[in-house]
Design a protein around this ligand. Structure first.
Ligand SMILES: [Zn+2]
Length: 57
């Protein structure tokens, strides 16, 4: 699967162009790098905090 030339939200799928806006969150997990839009980042952070298996913070 080729790398997409744009950043897209790993949760809702919205695309953001060639790079993630500063309001987006980048999460590095076992299966690669994931970006989340501003809205999804909030929900994702809660999920991460409950899992505590992400080492990037
Ligand atoms: Zn999203």
């Amino acid at each position: 699967m080729p790398q997409a030339p744009h950043v897209s939200c790993g949760r809702c799928g919205v695309t953001a162009g060639a790079s993630a806006p500063p309001t987006w969150m980048c999460a590095v997990e076992k299966d690669g790098r994931h970006y989340f839009c501003e809205n999804c980042a909030r929900a994702h952070i809660r999920a991460v905090e409950s899992r505590l298996d992400v080492a990037s913070w």
